[in-house]
Design a protein. Structure first.
Length: 437
């Protein structure tokens, strides 16, 4: 009779996995997110240099997600076929080159084309990583691990916004290039270099990991098999015929509308407070992301420990909606507006790691790869709506905060849908949950 491993042995195995892959994936996502949203900072210069209107900028910011949509599911299926290591490396090198080439944008048409190509290049990265985590961690551990990975989103704002401001402040005019051109080059090249590093650092499965002992591989594999055995067997078609998958597409769309409605306009909002220096804009706009970073880690860890997803998600997005409404009501007070925007950012960003364990709780194998890709692809169409929300609401209302109110309503809608999902859809299977390293 086989003796089960001790709690210490299980914790040690997962600690080794945590230290090996989470910091590295965290770095990769910081670079991905910076290259996706640094156009928000570049706008402060390039709009006047290229004659881009706010509507043209919003279209360019959002069109990224159309390219992303069409290539998301095929990319995630290719990751499953060719292995995470090679496919993630390909994605990172592709988007890094396209992002750096944004320096050659000369007019609105080229801007739109390059943003669309950037979406195609990056398609599959995020859902690929979410799927990759399912190859290492059972469902009861995924919210906290996903949170550590997704902390890159707010931390990219904490670190990236001041860096973006500093690049534009100090390099503007160097070698005859504008600050926004240097911004794309300096933040694009590291993605290419780290993409090469992926080939040497990531393993596509537990079996390939030479840094694990045979006993540790057995522990990790047994935990995964135990969790997967509790789920009903799914095939590829289930990813596209499940009503729960389509409901989750809508929920995720509400989150991306909120996320990118805030992210792409935050530097402009801070600039409107009277902050002139690009570095100072970066420092002030880092505050909401700093609050969101701490909050999302604490909330997701509590969710994993309690084994509850649904109410954590609903309470988080409700707080976010309230924060955005209050930031709009106090828009004339920079201090209060920033404080409430921070709560709004926490509500949106803090809900992300609570969301992704939900589809992986009932989808398995190829259905999980396709389902995650499909949810992310459809949901990320909200990334087109979010930046344009400020433009569209101007037609309907003279209130400059109308976009924030509209986003708040959508967040509450997403929370209501999750509240209606069956508990067996939202809650993880109950495997042992070792502490996070």
């Amino acid at each position: 009779m086989m003796v089960p491993p001790s709690a210490q042995a299980v914790a040690a195995a997962y600690r080794k996995v945590d230290l090996r892959i989470l910091p590295f994936l965290f770095l990769c996502y910081i670079l991905a997110y910076l290259d996706r949203v640094n156009v928000g900072f570049a706008k402060l210069q390039m709009s006047s240099d290229l004659g881009l209107s706010d509507a043209a900028y919003a279209s360019g910011a959002g069109i990224f997600f159309l390219g992303y949509f069409f290539f998301e599911v095929p990319s995630n299926l290719a990751l499953r076929r060719f292995g995470a290591r090679r496919w993630i490396a390909r994605i990172m090198m592709s988007w890094g080159l396209v992002s750096a080439a944004m320096m050659f944008v000369t007019d609105e048409t080229v801007f739109l084309v390059m943003r669309f190509l950037l979406g195609i290049a990056e398609a599959g990265f995020f859902p690929g990583i979410i799927f990759y985590l399912t190859l290492w961690y059972p469902s009861s551990m995924r919210a906290s691990r996903t949170a550590w990975f997704m902390a890159a989103v707010p931390l990219a704002g904490v670190i990236g916004n001041p860096i973006s401001g500093l690049i534009m402040e100090t390099l503007s005019g160097t070698a005859g290039l504008a600050g926004w051109q240097w911004l794309f080059v300096v933040e694009g090249i590291p993605s290419v270099l780290v993409g090469i590093w992926v080939l040497f650092h990531l393993d596509s499965s537990i079996a390939e990991a030479k840094w694990l002992t045979d006993a540790q591989k057995a522990i990790l594999s047994a935990n995964l098999e135990s969790g997967e055995a509790r789920k009903p067997k799914r095939n590829l078609a289930d990813a596209f015929t499940s009503g729960k998958v389509y409901a989750l597409c809508l929920v995720y769309a509400t989150l991306t509308i909120g996320l990118y409605g805030i992210t792409f306009w935050l530097p402009t909002i801070v600039h409107s407070f009277g902050v002139q220096s690009y570095l100072d804009v970066g420092l002030v706009s880092a505050i909401p992301y700093g609050v969101a970073t701490v909050g999302m880690i604490l909330i997701s860890r509590h969710s994993d420990r309690s084994g509850e997803r649904r109410l954590h998600f609903v309470c988080t997005v409700t707080a976010g909606a309230a924060g955005l409404i209050l930031s709009g009501l106090f828009a004339d007070s920079p201090l209060l507006a920033t404080a409430f925007l921070s709560i709004g950012a926490l509500g949106v960003i803090g809900a992300l790691p609570l969301f992704w364990p939900i589809p992986t709780a009932f989808l398995t194998g190829t259905a999980a790869a396709a389902g995650i890709g499909f949810i992310n692809a459809v949901g990320n169409l909200g990334g087109y709506i979010g930046p344009n929300m400020a433009i569209w609401t101007r037609v309907l209302s003279s209130d400059r905060s109308a976009a924030l109110y509209a986003i708040s309503v959508l967040l509450l809608l997403g929370g209501a849908i999750v509240l209606k999902l069956p508990p067996q859809t939202t809650e993880p299977t109950q495997e042992p949950t070792p502490p996070l390293a």
